[in-house]
Structures are given as structure tokens and as C-alpha cells.
Design a protein around this ligand. Structure first.
Ligand code: KG4
Ligand code: ZN
Length: 337
């Protein structure tokens, strides 16, 4: 029997320490440790993130190997998120991966975090899901990025649009903060919006040219609306919470999908896809699928566990890098941008 190719993927770019194991391209384990320390500060504190990665990385990697039934000595390569991300956070994963690859004498694979988010569509875990056909348009929406990417092959991608100010996830998180919700507020907005009227509060639609996004006007208008209303009515947030959440959410979804529609039409693609933490949003998922249906496109959104930061997508990117011999030197350093 040929020896299997076993890739360990390590993610530490922001506030999730994650590791996963792929055996011949099949996902065998996927372990994520979140960081609750940031909730009380209303956002990710870089110094605390680095410390938490230091604490989590050994047990997370051990758990990923154990769950996969794989021993360290069996690894064929070690993949790690090289950037973009927080420098102190990236350094933890980078140093760990470098040491591991060097000690085992196996190739080291430096993964681009945004490419990994796109490659989440190709994770194989035994569940049958159709994969997007090239070329496809990917909306990558996370706490740090909002990108429209034309994906020509697994490792050939072109950025067609990006945000000029906040990322979509930040727009959710900052809006949530205005409402007194803890960080990360995106999932809470999603939950509270469930019973709300998305048309109750109209927020301005930015007039951005081309395929770029802007969320700062929405953020300011939402903040002003809440502050103004609270002055005459201290109970305003409490009473209107579902409608405020639904209105903010709808405004962000409209901004995103308007550009997806325009860019996909221009690019002439037949498949559209979405990944990154914000693509876990239920309204965005439903309306993304509805848009594809109207336009005759195929829509692809990975399960939520592969949308937020995870090791599986990093291992998947490592798999394609290894296949094409794109390794990095043992003294590889993180790229923050
Ligand atoms: O991809 P990700 O896990 O980390 C980054 O690379 O940033 O994305 C995290 C972001 C956060 O801003 C979080 O609030 C947002 O994704 N998010 C959501 C939902 N789940 C996560 N935003 C809206 N609705 C959700 N259900
Ligand atoms: Zn991410």
C-alpha cells in the first residue's frame, strides 16, 4: 500500500487557535479553540490573542492528531497561516509550524489566510457537497476582510473588489457594540434579528464605484439613529432590539449582494461562492442562495464550521501547495498584510 499523504494545518491569524489533519486530501480532524478573553474588551486585543495562542497551540495540535488517529512522525507536511493577520498571533503558529516541520524533516507550507477561506469550498469530509466550478466568484467576508475574488484555479485568484473602510464583520461587530452586545456581535445580531422587521429602519446605501464596498456610512447612520433615539427614550434599544438588528443586518446584506450581483454578471461566471465568518449569517446565506436562483447561477456556501476560522481550510490550502511543490523555507516569517 502506498504511504498516505498526511498534512497538518495550523491557523493562528486572529482569535482562533485551530488545527486539522488531512489524509490524502480527506479531512480526518478539525479542532478549534476560541478566545473568550476578548468579549469584555469589545474586540480582539492583540496581546491577549498572542498569549491565548501560546496556551492553546500545543493541546489543539495534539487533539487534532489524536482525533485523526495520526502520530506526529507520520506527517508528510506542516501547513500554517503565514498571513494576513495580527503579527503576534501569526508568530505563534509560524514558530510552532517551523519547529515541527524542522524536527520531523518534512516540507513547510505557508498559507495565505484569504486563499484558505476560498479553499474551504473544497474540504472533503465524507459529506457529499458539490464543489464550485472554475472560474467562480467568491465573496470572502470576515472580521478583517471583505473581498470579491475571481477564482480561476485552486491557487490562482484575482481580487476584483474590496472594502475601502470597515470589513463586513466589523460592521456587524461595531453595530452590536452600539447596542450593548458583547464581542463578537455578528452572531448575536443574527440571532436577535430573527423576529425583527428588516425594513423598520432605513440605513443609507453607499455609492461606491466598481466592485468595492464601504460600510462606514452605515455604521455612522446606525450609531446616530441609536444615540438620538436613546435620548428621548432610554428603553429604545431594549424594546426595538430585533428590529434594529434586522435592519442593520439587511443593510449589510444589501451592500454585499448588490456588488456580488454586479461583479458576477460582469465576470460572466456561472458559479458564485461565499466564505469567511460572516457567511455564517443566516439572512446573508438565504439571500445569497435566492440571488443565485434568480440569476441562474449555482451557489456554494460551506457549512458554518468551515466559514469561520478553522484549521481544515489551512490544511486544504496546504494540500494544494504541496501538490504543486510550493513549499516555504524553514526560516519563513509571517506576513501581516
Ligand atoms: O472568518 P472569521 O472567523 O475571522 C476572521 O478572519 O476575521 O470571521 C469573524 C467575523 C466576526 O466579525 C463575527 O462577528 C462574524 O465573522 N460572524 C458573523 C456571524 N458569525 C460570525 N456575522 C454575522 N452573522 C453571523 N452569524
Ligand atoms: Zn478568517
Amino acid at each position: 500500500m502506498p504511504t498516505p499523504t498526511i498534512v497538518l494545518g495550523i491557523e493562528s491569524s486572529c482569535d482562533e487557535t485551530a488545527a486539522a489533519v488531512l489524509v490524502d486530501g480527506m479531512l480526518r480532524s478539525n479542532v478549534v479553540a476560541g478566545q473568550d478573553v476578548h468579549a469584555r474588551w469589545g474586540g480582539v486585543v492583540p496581546e491577549l490573542a498572542s498569549r491565548a495562542h501560546q496556551e492553546h497551540i500545543v493541546p489543539v495540535v495534539e487533539a487534532a492528531l489524536r482525533d485523526a488517529g495520526v502520530e506526529r512522525k507520520d506527517l508528510s507536511a506542516v501547513a500554517f497561516t503565514q498571513g494576513p493577520g495580527l503579527i503576534g498571533a501569526l508568530l505563534v503558529g509560524t514558530c510552532f509550524a517551523r519547529s515541527m516541520a524542522q524536527a520531523l524533516g518534512v516540507p513547510l507550507l505557508g498559507v495565505d489566510h484569504m486563499q484558505a477561506h476560498v479553499l474551504a469550498h473544497f474540504i472533503r469530509d465524507g459529506v457529499d457537497r458539490p464543489v464550485p466550478e472554475f472560474p467562480f466568484l467568491n465573496l470572502t467576508v470576515s472580521g478583517g476582510h471583505t473581498l470579491l475574488v475571481l477564482v480561476k484555479s485552486h491557487l490562482d485568484m484575482e481580487v476584483l473588489g474590496s472594502t475601502v473602510d470597515d470589513a463586513a464583520g466589523e460592521a456587524f461587530d461595531k453595530g452590536a457594540k452600539v447596542l450593548g452586545l458583547p464581542y463578537p456581535g455578528g452572531p448575536l445580531i443574527d440571532r436577535h434579528a430573527a423576529g425583527g422587521d428588516p425594513g423598520r429602519y432605513k440605513l443609507p446605501m453607499p455609492q461606491m464605484p466598481g466592485s468595492d464596498f464601504s460600510f462606514s456610512g452605515t455604521k455612522t447612520a446606525f450609531n446616530n439613529l441609536v444615540q438620538r433615539s436613546m435620548q428621548g427614550d432610554p428603553d429604545f434599544i431594549h424594546r426595538e432590539l430585533p428590529h434594529l438588528c434586522a435592519s442593520l443586518q439587511q443593510s449589510i446584506v444589501d451592500i454585499l449582494l448588490r456588488k456580488v450581483q454586479k461583479t458576477a454578471r460582469q465576470a460572466g461566471v456561472r458559479h458564485i461562492a461565499m466564505s469567511g465568518g460572516v457567511s455564517a449569517n443566516s439572512a446573508l446565506r438565504a439571500q445569497f442562495n435566492a440571488l443565485a436562483l434568480r440569476e441562474g447561477w449555482q451557489a456554494h456556501v460551506p457549512p458554518p464550521a468551515y466559514c469561520t476560522d478553522n484549521g481544515a481550510m489551512v490544511a486544504m490550502a496546504g494540500h494544494y501547495l504541496l501538490l504543486t511543490g510550493r513549499t516555504v523555507d524553514m526560516d519563513a516569517v509571517p506576513h501581516t498584510r
